[in-house]
Design a protein around this ligand. Structure first.
Ligand SMILES: CC(=O)[C@@H](O)[C@H](O)COP(=O)(O)O
Length: 256
């Protein structure tokens, strides 16, 4: 079971809701993934104009925990404003802090992310910051009291998987709060690797929504999460430089 603040989840897969070809495919993908947490950008919420399409129109709103994110924010103050808007709209107080510092790479601004996290914690939010794979920043965020850390595997939408496994492993090993690997996932094997490394969960969007068959890929991601977690719990063997025969020789007498 995954525990973040006062929330508990059976599934360790967090799914984004954007970039699907249509709402039917989105719903089918969400259903088969068995995710319990859906994330979306607050700026996409249709709270001002009832004539605009609702991007969650086929989703059973009762069934999921919604993790709004502050995408679009470039400063801590903007992120806080967006988070408060989400809360005022009736969403829960859990927020993914996303303060982008570079338009081309969409990498997070570490200074503003830290500042926004501190301000949101003071406001009583359950705070999940999206960060780069910076080991020290992850520590600083944890020291602030954030409820989970969300280090990026690689740039959002890039599908490159975990490009710095060393940093990611250090973050996972040293964290005392859940680590949700977020962004840049391309394939189920990326998810399995993250989970085998000991991540507590994975958040992904593009790998499913832009797959040739998003529903099949969502299914694959569910299995990948479970396989990776089981592998982590089972404990992998050590890597050795030289071979070790699979059939033991001790205790076997051949030819009398
Ligand atoms: C939906 C969301 O929160 C994204 O910002 C997230 O980081 C997913 O990234 P990918 O699309 O690369 O999976």
């Amino acid at each position: 079971m995954l525990k973040i603040g006062s929330f508990t989840f059976q599934s360790r897969l967090f799914l984004g809701t954007g970039k699907y070809s249509n709402f039917k495919v989105q719903k089918e993908a969400v259903d088969i993934s068995e995710t319990e947490v859906l994330t979306f950008a607050v700026r996409r919420m249709n709270i001002f104009d009832a004539n605009q399409p609702n991007f969650l129109e086929l989703i059973d709103l009762e069934k999921y925990t919604f993790l709004p994110n502050t995408a679009g924010a470039k400063t801590a103050e903007e992120a806080v404003r967006i988070a408060k808007l989400a809360k005022a709209s009736g969403l829960c107080d859990m927020i993914k802090v996303e303060v982008i510092g570079c338009d081309r790479t969409l990498l997070p601004d570490p200074v503003e992310t830290l500042k926004a996290s501190e301000m949101l914690l003071e406001e009583g939010f359950t705070v999940l910051p999206y960060t780069s794979d910076d080991v020290v920043l992850a520590k600083r965020l944890e020291q602030l009291g954030v409820h989970a850390i969300m280090p990026g595997a690689s740039p959002i939408g890039s599908g490159q998987g975990i490009i710095n496994p060393l940093n990611m492993q250090c973050i996972i090993d040293q964290a005392n709060v859940p680590v949700i690997v977020d962004a840049g996932i391309g394939a189920p094997s990326d998810v399995t690797l993250a989970m085998e490394m000991g991540a507590d969960g994975v958040l992904l969007n593009t790998a499913v929504s832009n797959a040739k068959d998003p529903v099949k890929m969502a299914h694959a991601m569910k299995i990948a999460i479970e396989a990776g977690r089981l592998g982590y719990e089972a404990g992998r063997i050590d890597k050795k430089t030289y071979a070790e025969a699979s059939s033991p020789k001790e205790g076997i007498s051949i030819g009398g």
